[in-house]
Write a protein that binds this ligand. Structure first.
Ligand code: UD1
Length: 419
């Protein structure tokens, strides 16, 4: 499936766009459900492809998963399998977080190298080292493609992450909830999704302190009971829509969000001249008459999120002057820039992490391929700025993270069709 998007030709986006539940928070709640045989209820889940893949993965392990709209009920009582189903795990990077709960509850897990990421083969060394520090044995095949991790019962440990990892922090935090004794995670990631997960686990009987700071202390307990996870609003969606407002908004109102989770994004947009009003659960964004250039550097939370780097790059093509973009979290996350150049942008790549933008430049509609969900959304934004029509292939990648994006964009004045 593709999206066909018409340029706005000088029009502005106006109206209200709602934010749905956080993909990255919700996926981890599904994984956490493996830690208990009791029912876990996940509310406000986004109905996106990555959530559907996670449901398939849990079902293939033997869990019961039913949903009524956005409310999912997971019962991981009769888990017979010990191996994560290859086909699904290979298409979903987040599948690796399941390894922690599986190991903690059943003492054993087997999985293949996770895929599902255009950034390439992303490392999992922090997960494997963490499992070993918790007392597990890790056996891999010769090629390092398949792993068997075992431990009768995990033991609490002092673990310092060499670099901050969201998935690594979440996985080891979940595993440690059922370990014998105390685990301390140093240099832990601090994303709001980690706080949401820790709060949920504590509600289920875990003893976790310090989530949201860089030191998390987990005192292991014998077992966890069920609970209710209320998925928080997706800060990456909110940030994406705020960028769209700074690009093309005329009092574009973004609702159901938590502006406190995207302070660095708001700061960058305001420094470029965007006009932003904010309440507790909403933002209203209007484009500046003239967007100023800025140097962007992505950073772990609470810095500017790497996931919003591609949507923000479209904004840089429209800013007056020279901007520098510096991606510090991932390698290989700038390959989509060549397509922005094909649309008329003036971007000079410096190396795998940096690029210089000269702007503003007029863009032209083109046929492009959505390489991942964030760059896919960036291409929709670029198509709105561009003259004429664009075709964005591989809508699936956008559907992985943004629910019914075409309906929400149509409601604020975008001409977008799924074909
Ligand atoms: C999560 C988010 C993703 C976001 C990213 C960074 C989910 C489902 N995805 O991904 O949207 O872009 O956080 O905010 O929540 N690394 C290693 N070894 C490891 C693990 C990671 O070197 O074992 C490196 C990665 O290559 C990367 C950095 O650590 O350079 C951060 O990655 P990480 O925070 O782990 O990303 P994810 O949890 O996969």
């Amino acid at each position: 499936m593709n999206f066909v998007v018409k340029g706005l030709a000088g029009k502005r986006l106006h109206g209200t766009i709602p934010v749905f539940g956080s993909k990255n928070a919700c996926l981890k709640a599904f994984a956490a459900a493996i830690l208990t045989s009791d029912p876990v209820v996940i509310k406000n889940a986004p109905l996106i492809e990555d959530v559907f893949r996670m449901r398939e993965l849990l079902t293939s392990l033997g869990a019961e998963v039913v949903n009524n709209g956005r409310v999912f009920r997971v019962v991981a009582k009769n888990i017979k399998a010990r191996a994560l189903e290859d086909g699904i795990a290979k298409s979903l990077r987040a599948s690796i977080v399941l390894a922690g709960p599986m190991l903690a509850r059943f003492g054993e897990v087997e999985f293949s190298y996770p895929g599902g990421c255009v950034i390439g083969k992303r490392p999992i060394d922090l997960f494997l080292d963490g499992f070993k520090k918790l007392g597990a044995s890790v056996i891999s095949d010769k090629q390092g493609n398949r792993f068997k991790v075992k431990a009768k019962r995990l033991r609490g440990a002092n673990i310092c992450f060499r670099l901050m990892s969201v998935g690594g922090t979440e996985t080891l935090m979940m595993a440690a909830t059922l370990a014998l004794g105390r685990t301390i995670l140093h240099n832990a990631a601090q994303e709001p999704e980690i706080v949401a997960l820790a709060d949920f686990l504590n509600q289920c009987g875990a003893r976790i302190n310090g989530a949201g700071t860089n030191t998390i202390i987990i005192d292991g307990v014998k077992s966890l009971h069920g609970g209710i996870f209320e998925t928080p609003p997706d800060r990456l969606e909110a940030g994406s829509f705020a960028i769209m407002g700074a690009l093309l908004g005329d009092k574009l109102k973004i609702t159901n969000c938590d502006p406190a989770h995207i302070l660095s994004v708001i700061e960058y947009l305001e420094s470029m001249g965007a006009n932003i009003k904010k309440g507790e659960t909403w933002l209203e964004v209007t484009r500046a008459k003239k967007l100023q250039s800025v140097n962007l550097k992505t950073h772990e939370y609470p810095g500017f999120p790497t996931d919003l780097q591609a949507p923000f790059a479209v904004l840089l093509t429209q800013a007056s002057g020279t901007s520098m973009l510096f991606e510090t979290v991932f390698d290989g996350r700038l390959t989509y820039l060549s397509d922005l150049n094909r649309m008329g942008a003036d971007i000079v790549p410096c190396d795998a992490h940096r690029a210089v933008f000269h702007g503003p430049r007029s863009l032209r509609g083109r046929e492009v391929d959505a390489p991942d969900l964030r760059a896919g959304l960036a291409f929709i934004f670029a198509s709105l700025v561009a003259k004429g029509e664009s075709i964005i292939h591989n809508a699936y990648n956008i559907d992985r993270g943004y629910e019914k994006i075409e309906d929400r964009l149509s409601a604020i004045g975008v001409n977008i069709k799924r074909v």
